[in-house]
Design a protein around this ligand. Structure first.
Ligand code: ATP
Ligand code: MG
Length: 607
């Protein structure tokens, strides 16, 4: 990164290799000792059959797994990521993905992808495909085939019959409203349903009828017979099956009844041999029910459920319902709008998957929900892009400059490294011509501006063009309305990579592109989607907190010639502007569109 405070003495670029060699020579022994110690600790863990990826302190789930493996409670670890295909994945899901897949890989186990598709009303194949793509993009591969809760519908139905046969489930005819009234409250016990003691044979018959589509929606449910006075409301005869006369995205019209989340989840875990079923805190109160099913059904395994705190980020929302509303009401241009906290939005914006993984790894896995500062996420994005983004120049508000002492038609090929300390990224060509563009914000006619305040081009003074010549602004050419048309300027000869002669003191360094050899492009600048840290707080509608200036479209931008070859394998730092990435929706062959991924500095921190 460089900026206008850069020292004026132009030092030809030198790679920092020699510096590294020096440091290595000086500290070789100390480094060897550190590496040896690290290997020793890895070996003692490896002796327990656990391969740790690093020596960081372990979170509580890692500690549980390490102990279970050590004590032979489980032979190997199996986790799963269980999204409901009713929307796109968001940054909160990334925490769960990194945790589940991360634990499996850290402890040499496996992680399944299982769609929790028990509700035909909101679930679609579009979401299934998008979720698979997002998990892969984030850098994870599930073990074997994709699983679906709907794969287990026949088995779950058999288990429902099993509960009826063992007197632990009954068909209830209370309306939804009455079911709620009978359930009681946190402070009062519930009341038994009048259908609770229905004879076994009748229960079997009615369940069969529900399944065959002979009963109207809402008329009956299958409920577990547990305890209407249980302190935990989830144990007050929870619903196992509801009638829904809806086609399912995978099973079509095969079923007229669908299992509840609770009746499907633990059994799905058991069928897949999941050992550690990790979910968010809102399921903590469901754990006794999860265990009740496992204890009362002939399941092939006994998984255990553990809960951790959800990830919430300020200045955004991580609720699929709210994200869907933003899409449906066209506040954004789709689930993958670059302002959305969805993984597809972040991808389109140019956030590298590595940055998301590093961010998720930095988060506490705790027993409390928390809100993480957006700036923490942005830190990981900048960190990754600073190391990996190709440098380029792009003029966002072009002002033409005619260099009167450069011959017409002349093209001088200048160059610059694609990255200041990454040899492997190569060099870039910068054709230098008589007409160039600079940013109109980098020029002022006001000659009284102090050098300290305005380190850019002022009439009659000099600046260095990045990786090129020192120039002087000689004349401003205006139209009849007094609008600036272009500048006449002149180069100081022999200043590419060299200091200018005594007496010529450039005010700063600015970026530029050749006017005849550049790429016309559009640049989309983004601000946060919400202007309030917690959208919708204090009884406001979250939509009222949308930042009206979250998108600025700049047409007519001029990029350096190499940007014509931009593709999705490459992230860019537009020098002095920020990090940018080719947009996947609006770019065309002759006009690339670049999304601003993030600015160079955190502008919000300043308040
Ligand atoms: P939403 O509230 O956005 O609709 P959800 O929990 O209903 O999310 P699922 O598709 O059921 O979405 O979530 C799949 C997995 O991801 C679950 O295990 C869930 O606990 C986890 N998850 C969802 N949101 C978060 C979050 N904000 N932080 C961490 N994990 C999450
Ligand atoms: Mg859910």
């Amino acid at each position: 990164m460089w900026n206008e405070n850069e020292k004026m003495v132009f030092v030809p670029y030198r790679r920092p290799r020699q510096v590294c060699a020096l440091v290595l020579a000086l500290y070789k022994d100390a480094l060897i000792a550190i590496i040896a110690g690290f290997h020793a600790s890895r070996h003692s863990l490896a002796a327990h059959g656990i391969l740790m990826e690093d020596a960081k302190p372990q979170n509580f789930i890692q500690q549980i797994i390490a102990k279970d493996l050590d004590q032979g409670v489980v032979k190997s670890v199996v986790t799963r990521f269980p999204p409901e295909p009713n929307g796109y994945l968001h940054i909160g899901h990334a925490k769960s993905i990194c945790l589940n897949f991360g634990l499996a890989s850290q402890f040499g186990g496996r992680c399944n992808l299982r769609f929790d598709d028990t509700n035909p009303e909101k679930e679609e194949d579009e979401y299934v495909r998008a979720i698979e793509a997002d998990v892969n993009w984030l850098g994870f591969q599930w073990s074997g085939d994709v699983h679906y809760a709907s794969d287990y519908f026949p088995q779950l139905y058999d288990w429902a019959v099993h509960l009826v046969n063992t007197g632990k489930a009954y068909v209830c005819e209370l309306s939804a409203e009455d079911t709620r009234l009978y359930r009681g409250t946190l402070t009062e016990p519930g009341k038994n349903s009048p259908y609770r003691e229905r004879p076994l044979a009748e229960n079997l018959q009615l369940l069969e009828k529900m399944r065959n589509g002979e009963i109207e929606e809402g008329k009956m449910t299958l409920r577990a017979k547990i305890d209407m006075a249980a302190a935990n409301i989830n144990l007050r005869d929870p619903v196992l099956y509801r009638i829904k006369r809806k086609a399912h995205h995978r099973t079509g019209d095969a079923w007229n009844i669908y299992p509840s989340y609770d009746f499907a989840h633990g059994q799905g875990d058991a069928l897949e041999g999941v050992t550690h079923s990790i979910c968010t805190l809102e399921f903590e109160d469901h754990r006794p029910l999860y265990e009740w099913f496992l204890d009362n059904l002939p399941v092939p395994a006994k998984p255990r459920q553990y809960e951790f705190g959800r990830l919430n980020l300020n200045y955004t929302v991580t609720s699929k319902r709210k994200l869907r509303q933003l899409v449906d009401e066209e506040h954004v241009d789709g689930w993958d709008d670059p302002r959305m906290p969805t993984l597809s939005g972040l991808r389109r914006r140019g956030v590298p998957p590595e940055a998301i993984r590093h961010f998720c790894d930095s988060l506490a896995v705790a027993k409390t929900d928390g809100t993480v500062d957006m700036a923490q996420f942005e830190h990981f994005i900048r960190d990754d892009l600073n190391n990996n983004a190709h440098r380029a120049m792009c003029v966002l508000h072009p002002l033409k400059v005619v260099l009167t002492n450069v011959a017409e038609g002349q093209v001088e090929m200048l160059g610059a490294p694609a990255h200041p300390n990454r040899d492997d990224l190569g060099d870039r060509a910068l054709p230098f011509t008589r007409e160039i563009y600079i940013d109109s914000n980098d020029f002022s006619e006001d000659t009284s501006l102090s050098r300290k305040k305005f380190k850019r081009l002022v009439l009659g003074e000099w600046v260095r063009l990045r990786s090129a010549y020192v120039i002087r602004a000689d004349e401003v050419v205006k139209d009849a309305n007094g609008e600036i048309l272009y500048l006449n300027a002149s180069i100081v000869p022999d200043t590419v990579g060299e200091n200018p002669p005594e007496g010529i003191n450039p005010r700063g360094v600015i970026h530029w592109v050749s006017a005849s050899q550049c790429v016309d492009c559009e640049v989309r600048l983004y601000d946060r989607l919400f202007s309030e840290p917690s959208p919708g707080a204090a009884g406001r509608d979250f939509l009222d907190d949308i930042n009206p200036a979250s998108l600025t479209i700049l047409t007519g931008c001029k990029g350096e010639i190499g940007l014509g070859n931009a593709d999705h394998s490459r992230h860019y730092q537009f020098e002095r502007e920020g990090y940018f990435y080719l947009d996947s929706r609006y770019s065309s062959a002759d006009k690339p569109v670049f999304n601003e991924t993030i600015g160079l500095k955190d502008n919000w921190a300043k308040g």
